[in-house]
Design a protein around this ligand. Sequence first.
Ligand code: ADP
Ligand code: MG
Length: 352
Amino acid sequence: MAVYSIWNNKGGVGKSYLTFQVASEYARTNQDKRVLVIDLCPQANSSSMLLGGILAGETRLNAIHLGTPRTTISGYVEDRIFSPYVNPRTGARYATQVSQYNNQIPDNLFLVVGDDQLELQSSRVTAATFPGPQDAWRIVHTWISDLIGDITTSWDQTPVTVFIDCNPSFSIYTELALSASDRLIVPFSADGSSKRAVRAVLSLAFGVRRQAGQQQSEFFINSERFRMSLPELYMYVGNRLTQANQTSAAAFKTVVNEIGDEIYAVWQANPNLFCIHPTGAPIPSTKRAFKAMFQYEVNDANTASVVSGACGIPISSLSSGTKNVLGRNVQVNQSQLDKQVPNIRALVTAIE
Ligand SMILES: Nc1ncnc2c1ncn2[C@@H]1O[C@H](COP(=O)(O)OP(=O)(O)O)[C@@H](O)[C@H]1O
Ligand SMILES: [Mg+2]
């Protein structure tokens, strides 16, 4: 079983959009497996898209939030705040089969629904890392692994792949996501601040220092102290690249390559932070081979992307033509689909 976190220390880079697209496409092309999406972002954007988009998805999300018991990530976190150090084994209650709500999503995709309550719970989660047993910090950082364990155990022998959509900020629940995952996917957009955000990811999660003596995150220090494994870098994704004109295409390419160069330098110093894939592939010996393994690009598909998210239809199942979004007719062109669908497929093919 592989657990992927989709995280960047920056909002708006496409974490939730890519979680929605990648998990759906992965489920479609891996019918022998079950796919579990855990929405660990209080904005619950990937949940909303999976459950049917801005109209149907939001309505279902609200209904799920009002339900008793609250079958969302916050329902589970509440169980753990109540029983922080002893696994209550209640996790299996919190997986929702998405196709029951949105028939555009394959039957093998399950979701632990996102919840804005998470924000209110975070101080109590943090508080649980202090008192209690000596290794309170470690135990709290296994909550999401416990949740995944409960769900996969209830599914018996079915192979499972997990995708966790993260909050941008390095909050306690982002830490819990990283502690639970084996692999990290880092989307970024091609703007100036993306370079800084990617550096922040490397520093916060992996303790990568840019200068000697630079302070390291509590998360990194404690992960070392308790010998907890960190995810390995699996891919970084230049997202929402626009091909509007040659100048903007070239400018985007430059930023993606600069970030690629920076991550390549980290690879040269710390290759153990990365996950060689597919399993058994040779270790990249050149920058070109490194980028072929770790660097991906996803184009902006304009209206097609908007319709896909707004209607909860994965882009690889979306057809061209006139679509109704919030009572307005909009046109999806085949050329827009052709820009992004091959990118999503290539990216998903690289996910084991
Ligand atoms: N490849 C893409 N093409 C077009 N729109 C995109 C693409 N990726 C993301 N978006 C849009 O950009 C916005 C921000 O993406 P989102 O996934 O919410 O970012 P994050 O989760 O990182 O904060 C959303 O409106 C989303 O639909
Ligand atoms: Mg998001």
